[in-house]
Design a binder for this molecule. Structure first.
Ligand code: TXA
Ligand code: MG
Length: 343
């Protein structure tokens, strides 16, 4: 018999104290709980409790060599988790924390190997979402939390998506509103010189360069990694964010996109593009909104929707890679397993 996971409703704006206490108690006892953040929902457990962290990997079906991000809610929580705090980290924290930025730093000995997947570094993020913040403050726990999806599936941006993926596999799911950003945090390594962008997000490459000057861009940000062992962010090497449907990215102007997609119109095919780009299409289209911020917000829900509707092939108009566009492009490439056609 399937045992359903407990659903705990918590208000986004003013988290109810009793519900926050209930979640804290589960986490302190070594439990695993899906919680909302401003980027995507996360699957949280005590980052310093190896047994609790192992349960995250089990619930997600996540490969053990993929490290977890540790979430904090105050500057005071940082020093014990890392070996040193470089000047660049202070600059970034001052401008972007709390918010959608993860910094990879040399880890201290309190971080178990389970959390860092055996790496000498750890990713740290201070989220801005009031619910996860109050859970961290109430429990006084640093929380390890990957995105709250089954490994390989699109990340979850609503509690309903978490229930779809994790019901019966975790101790509780917090139900708040949808995540406002919609794609996962920017990941930058400050454990090397120059700092290196490992995953693009809402804190854009342009913003990072304003604060730090030179920032290197890891190969995994824009292309496939052929040598698996070279992956600097292990999470970037897996086929990822993938719906069951086959996804193809179509790069070119709107006319070329329209022509190509119409030439491939068939039952079970659909298009994914921005508002206005669907005018001449002869097959069903799902719209990503007006610009890259809208696209980030709606992307993962759109990918899940295609499966619900039984769509078999999705043709996506490739976005520009400026600003937030780079994060959207990076997720689409992985959803498409790097199937990109230039038209
Ligand atoms: O927005 C987010 O970051 C969400 C929410 C829940 O905070 N979390 C999230 O976690 O996206 P996850 O586990 O799905 O993605 C973490 C990414 C992976 O690509 C992982 O390989 C990379 O960050 N990462 C984590 N720690 C790292 C480290 N020490 N060195 C290099 N990459 C690391
Ligand atoms: Mg993930």
């Amino acid at each position: 018999m399937r045992v359903h996971t407990r659903i705990i409703d918590i208000d986004d704006r003013s988290p109810q104290e009793s519900a926050v206490e209930e979640v804290s108690a589960i986490l302190k006892a070594g439990g695993v709980v899906a919680v909302p953040t401003e980027t995507v929902y996360g699957l949280a457990a005590d980052a310093l409790n190896p047994a609790a962290v192992r349960r995250i990997f089990e619930a997600k079906g996540r490969p053990a060599d993929n490290p977890l991000i540790v979430h904090i809610a105050s500057e005071a929580m940082l020093p014990s988790l890392v070996k040193s705090i470089p000047v660049g980290a202070v600059r970034l924290a001052r401008r972007f924390w709390p918010g959608p930025l993860t910094m990879v730093l040399e880890k201290s000995s309190v971080i178990p190997d389970e959390t860092s997947a055996g790496l000498p570094t750890v990713g740290i993020r201070m989220p801005s979402h009031p619910v996860v913040r109050s859970i961290i403050l109430q429990s006084s726990l640093a929380l390890a939390a990957p995105s709250a999806n089954r490994s390989g599936a699109p990340s979850t941006t609503t509690a309903e998506h978490c229930i779809e993926d994790l019901d019966g596999r975790v101790d509780a799911i917090v139900r708040s509103g949808p995540s406002s950003v919609g794609v996962e945090s920017t990941v930058i390594s400050l454990a090397q010189t120059p700092p290196r962008l490992l995953r693009p997000g809402a804190v854009t490459l342009e913003m990072l360069r304003e604060e730090l000057g030179e920032v290197a861009v890891d190969e995994a940000v824009t292309g496939p990694i052929d040598s698996v062992s070279r992956a600097s962010a292990p999470g970037m090497k897996y086929r990822h964010y993938a719906p069951k449907a086959r996804v193809q990215l179509v790069r070119g102007d709107v006319e070329a996109f329209t022509w190509y997609v119409n030439a491939h119109a068939a039952p079970g095919a659909a298009a994914l593009c921005f508002i206005g780009e669907d005018k001449g299409l002869r097959l069903p289209a799902v719209l990503l909104g007006k610009g890259p911020e809208d696209a980030a917000h709606s992307l993962f829900a759109a990918l899940r929707d295609f499966d619900r509707k039984g769509v078999q092939t999705v043709y996506v108009h490739c976005p520009d890679t400026v600003g937030m566009g780079l994060a959207v492009y990076n997720r689409l490439q992985r959803a498409a397993a790097f199937d990109v056609v230039d038209v």
